[in-house]
Write a protein of this length. Structure first.
Length: 407
């Protein structure tokens, strides 16, 4: 009797187990389209879905005037925050304005207005050349969307403040105030990007002073910042008595004669933008030549994302700079419009495709208001190495908007 009972229990147990196996198989088969694929334990979702998740992180993250997200380090898992005086402070509100333009969601506009207000005090900060980065990427983006008269007045005041750093004898806006014992009057290639604030200030105010200063600065940069191969020096040091360039060095590149990738990017973008406002074909030609140097360089990887410096001898065993790629890719959409050169637009589209992948998008679980990985801040100082940076996201979003508007 015991043996028969045992056999019956075993039969029912096996039958129940077999039923469970069949049930699980049926559920898996019927719902396989709804379950994301797994690779190495990480759920894989579409790039567009992941982007939407990354966008939401911007809305969920609290900020104020002394806690603006600048970068995220995957090694420490920490967000590096800065005050409004930092040169990158305008990119975060700028990202929110661009997200509003991309999505049309009012929540991004509300958050953009809030974060833009936090940096208004910088309109009087005459201790920096980065007024364009800070004020145009925030208030400029906001003015484009809202046509708010207050934003307009902030932009004009910011341009007025930036103009105080222009020295007629040199014909350029002074970049940095530190290292005065070494650099008498330093001007960096990055400074080209701040000219957009001046050009726009003339458009909205009617005061041509801003435009004239921007043109003089562009002309001085054109004359002194480029080598014969159209790569650019990072820092040009001027003599304040003669107005002549007396030294050409680097501060963030591998060495004085190397081509720092983001510096090359600033030059391409800057002169493309200057052509837009002036119609000066000399600016257009410099943008084109600088772009060709970049695109045809033998150390540019196949995926279009450059190493941080084109002349780093450890290539390919060194870090990349996504921020340089997004700046160039955004600029080349516009440059392609001006030149009709297909190679420029093809590069922009390739970079967009490359970056919309698991290799470059931050995973969904990271609670930080950033989109992309693998940017390099300041390699010589080993600062912000292989991290997420807000200006890489800014030009990535601008790239998407420009390609979207091209269709």
């Amino acid at each position: 009797m015991r043996k028969n009972n045992y056999c019956k229990q075993l039969y029912f147990s096996l039958s129940r187990y077999r039923y469970l196996i069949i049930h699980v198989l049926i559920v898996n088969v019927t719902s396989c389209k709804e379950i994301p694929h797994k690779k190495e334990g990480i759920l894989r979702i579409s790039a567009d879905s992941l982007l939407q998740i990354r966008y939401q992180k911007f809305l969920d993250y609290p900020i104020d005037s002394i806690s603006i997200p600048r970068s995220y380090d995957p090694k420490t898992k920490k967000v590096f925050k800065v005050a409004s005086k930092d040169w990158t402070s305008g990119f975060y509100p700028g990202n929110l304005w661009q997200l509003y333009k991309l999505t049309g969601k009012p929540a991004f506009k509300s958050k953009a207005m809030e974060s833009t207000d936090y940096i208004e005090q910088e309109k009087y900060n005459d201790g920096t050349h980065d007024m364009g980065f800070k004020m145009y990427c925030s208030f400029g983006e906001g003015f484009e969307v809202t046509k708010n008269d207050h934003y307009k007045s902030v932009l004009i005041q910011s341009a007025t403040t930036l103009s105080t750093r222009f020295y007629k004898k040199v014909g350029s806006i002074r970049s940095w105030d530190f290292n005065k014992d070494i650099w008498e009057y330093p001007v960096i290639i990055d400074n080209m990007m701040n000219l957009e604030l001046l050009f726009e200030a003339t458009k909205i105010s009617g005061d041509s002073t801003f435009h004239k200063i921007a043109v003089q600065h562009a002309n001085s940069t054109l004359k002194n910042h480029f080598r014969e191969d159209n790569s650019s020096f990072h820092v040009v040091v001027y003599d304040t008595v003669t107005g002549r360039a007396k030294d050409k060095v680097t501060h963030q590149g591998y060495n004085d004669n190397s081509s720092w990738a983001r510096g090359q990017a600033w030059g391409i973008y800057g002169f493309t933008m200057c052509y837009r406002y002036t119609g000066n074909l000399v600016y257009l030609e410099q943008a084109r030549k600088s772009a060709e140097f970049y695109l045809k360089h033998n150390s540019l990887p196949e995926d279009g994302i450059p190493f941080w410096d084109f002349n780093d001898p450890s290539i390919p065993n060194t870090i990349k700079d996504v921020s340089a790629a997004t700046i160039v890719a955004s600029a080349l959409v516009e440059l392609a419009n001006f030149t009709n050169e297909k190679a420029f637009l093809e590069y922009s589209k390739k970079v967009l495709k490359t970056l919309k992948s698991e290799a470059y998008l931050l995973p969904s679980e990271i609670e930080a208001p950033f989109i992309l990985k693998h940017s390099t801040g300041n390699w010589p100082k080993k600062d912000e190495m292989d991290v997420s940076i807000n200006y890489a996201d800014y030009y990535f979003l601008e790239l998407m908007l420009r390609i979207k508007n091209k269709k």
